[in-house]
Design a protein around this ligand. Sequence first.
Ligand SMILES: C[S@@+](CC[C@H](N)C(=O)[O-])C[C@H]1O[C@@H](n2cnc3c(N)ncnc32)[C@H](O)[C@@H]1O
Length: 283
Amino acid sequence: MELDVPAAAGMTAAELRAFQRLLFDQTGIVLQDNKQALVEARVSMRLRALRMSSFGEYLELLRRDRSGDELTLLIDAVSTNVTHFYREDEHFTFLADAVGGWLDNGLDRLRIWSAACSTGEEPYSIAMTLDAVLGRRKIDARILATDISTRVLAEAKAARYAEAKLGTVPDARRRACFTRVQVDGEVLYEVKPELQAMVMFRRLNFKAIPYPIRGIFDVIFCRNAMIYFDRPQRERMILEFARLLKPGGYLLVGHSETLIGMSGSFRVIRPSIYERLKDGVRS
Ligand SMILES: C[S@@+](CC[C@H](N)C(=O)[O-])C[C@H]1O[C@@H](n2cnc3c(N)ncnc32)[C@H](O)[C@@H]1O
């Protein structure tokens, strides 16, 4: 659609600082100065949608918006949601082994949290892993999947993916866990209802501590999200994860992330995999 609104003039340094401050205060996301071009491009999408021609006018709207709806749309626009099925696949092998061990010891209830679930590939990869490990065994297994972005949560709940997105799903899992559907002439792959039923999606902002969640989890995945926060915010998150994990449960972070110097309640099992200590005590 053609819009008869002039393109916004470049973002000034003061406007960039205002967006950085707003997003940091509301979400904890740190937008580096060298990301100006990216911020400008993403915020411009909101300006076009609102037929506004200046960043100043948009900042004013955000300040006046008591509902928080526009802030949500801004967060949707600036957050990076890259993900794929079985990303960092050793984590899913680790999960299968851990759950297998717990099942052998009589586990009949399992709670997993996919924190920062993006468009759903992570929680559905967890569901597919559990499906494979459990086989015909019936236990009470549930996955909580959260993100700050309402846009990605809506995509995740829809549970339909283009074939190109299934490249990292092993053939056997693809056959067992997806149904091929046609939507408006497009072929999509839909996660089977029994796997969808294992996952509950909720909006959660990592900045809003304490998290309004009734734990206790056996495993928490928080991968490729902490990189966007400063150290104090990461430390607060890790304390929350420790509070919400059972002793002997696991916290999995992205391969480029680490808990070094912040992991008093955890023991490193291997890079990016941490075990919650019993009462914060190293054995
Ligand atoms: C790169 S994706 C990671 C997806 C998945 N965990 C993975 O590793 O593939 C990062 C996600 O963090 C979410 N996020 C960013 N800031 C957040 C916040 N303050 N609270 C909750 N989620 C946030 C983004 O919306 C995005 O979906």
